[in-house]
Ligand binder design. Structure first.
Ligand code: COS
Length: 383
């Protein structure tokens, strides 16, 4: 997207987030989902199409633009980003990186039109060790028969299709070549979508199970048309997804800090606003510096991605730092709110619960450490 159009888009989004999405947060919490009228507006604004190339009906944003959009959106409750990010981040990335021309032509416009997608990698018995998945895909003529179950899948309860990672070989193969990815419409016989799980926070961001029982998927839906490319496709999508989580955590941290700053100027103790006290100022300043550091990492990583560099390490660093940072900002927010920070009535308590999962999903902090250290050791050995 050209810089001028992007600037206008971002300005329009900022207004929409503050005037429409933030006031609707209570409704999202009460319903535990993003209301249909808002989803419709988000589709109309083209939010599901931001990363799809123009030839497939999208806006064709660069990685930097897409991640800046996510950060802007993440000023509001996390459910809004969660709903679109699987489409624009994970699924669109997998299709662009690994899909055949025919798959791109069929599925990218559907992603862009806002048909809700989900990304089904994690299973009840494999999470961080994603290559240990058990879901099987067995070729039978012109179809694959899929059996298995997936867990903690964002958007699963409302998804129209899923990108399902499954093993096409009973044995583990080198480079995790036993993993393949399939585009699975959820209306196919044998697909069951679980009820939304009850969670600590992030109301309205739906996660649930997917159970696959003898699901016959056309062989044409094997991503890339070649078995064994699913792990790499999933990891590439995760690089993208981790940048999105970094931006989500940073956008939300800005919202939290704004609330804390406002409260500190209004709340009085010892006869004056608590913002006058240096110990409160220290917490505000630490949060400001934390957010700035995360923003710098995100800007650098996305600029590198746009220059064609592989950014697995930078995405892992940004995701790890930003999600941990968001936890610190949320914690300081509760501290600044004091007693009010512990009450449901005030937003600081909700922010604190919402922030926790950023350190877990799209790869825990410990997985990011592994990814970063593995690359360091590999590069060192190659010196
Ligand atoms: N981009 C391109 N290729 C990648 C890649 C990436 N980001 N990450 C891995 N690969 C490739 C590797 O290059 C390797 O291929 P070669 O052997 O040909 O070099 C292959 O994929 C296997 O990679 P690796 O050996 O690193 O796989 P491991 O089984 O050791 O797994 C971890 C690595 C643990 C880091 C991985 O399983 C992981 O990220 N787990 C967490 C999953 C996760 O984040 N889940 C969250 C929810 S999913 S939405």
């Amino acid at each position: 997207m050209d810089a001028e159009s992007f600037g206008l888009f971002l300005e329009q989004l900022r207004r929409y987030v503050r005037e429409r999405l933030v006031p609707a947060e209570e409704e999202v919490i009460a319903l535990d989902r993003v209301p249909d009228d808002i989803l419709g507006e988000m589709r109309e604004m083209g939010l599901f199409a931001i990363t799809t190339p123009p030839e497939y009906g999208g806006a064709g944003m660069t990685t930097s633009q897409y991640i800046e959009t996510i950060e802007e959106l993440s000023w509001a409750a996390p459910a809004y980003r969660a709903t679109i990010s699987i489409n624009v981040g994970m699924t669109a990335a997998a299709l662009k990186n690994a899909g055949t021309e025919a798959q791109k032509a069929e599925w990218l416009p559907r992603v862009a039109a806002g048909e809700i997608a989900c990304f089904a990698l994690t299973e009840p018995d494999s999470g961080s060790d994603s290559a240990a998945l058990r879901t099987r895909a067995v070729r039978d003529g012109e179809t694959y028969v899929l059996n298995g179950s997936k867990r903690y899948i964002t958007n699963a309860p409302i998804a129209k299709f899923a990108l399902v990672m499954a093993r096409t070989s009973a044995q583990n193969l080198p480079s995790n070549g036993h993993v393949s990815a399939f585009l699975v419409p959820t209306e196919l016989p044998g697909v069951s979508l679980g009820k939304p799980d009850k969670k600590m926070g992030q109301s309205g961001a739906l996660i649930g199970d997917i159970v696959l029982e003898d699901v016959r998927v056309p062989a044409a839906n094997l991503l890339g048309g070649v078995e064994g490319t699913g792990f790499k496709a999933a990891m590439q999508s995760l690089d993208n997804g981790r940048l999105s989580v970094a931006a989500a955590a940073t956008g939300y941290a800005k919202r939290m800090l704004d609330a804390a700053l406002r409260y500190a100027t209004e709340r009085k103790a010892f006869g004056e606003p608590i913002a006058n006290f240096q110990l409160i100022q220290a917490m505000l300043a630490d949060s400001r510096a934390d957010i700035y550091a995360a923003d710098c990492m995100i800007r650098d990583a996305t600029a590198r991605a746009d220059a064609g560099e592989r950014v697995s390490t930078e995405a892992a660093c940004a995701k790890m730092f930003a999600s941990e940072m968001c936890g610190r900002v949320a914690d300081r927010g509760v501290q600044i709110f004091g007693g009010a920070g512990y009450l449901r009535e005030y937003a600081a308590e909700r922010f604190f619960r919402d922030a926790r999962v950023y350190r877990i999903y799209e790869g825990t902090t410990q997985i990011q450490q592994l990814v970063i250290a593995k690359a360091m050791l590999r590069d060192f050995a190659a010196r």
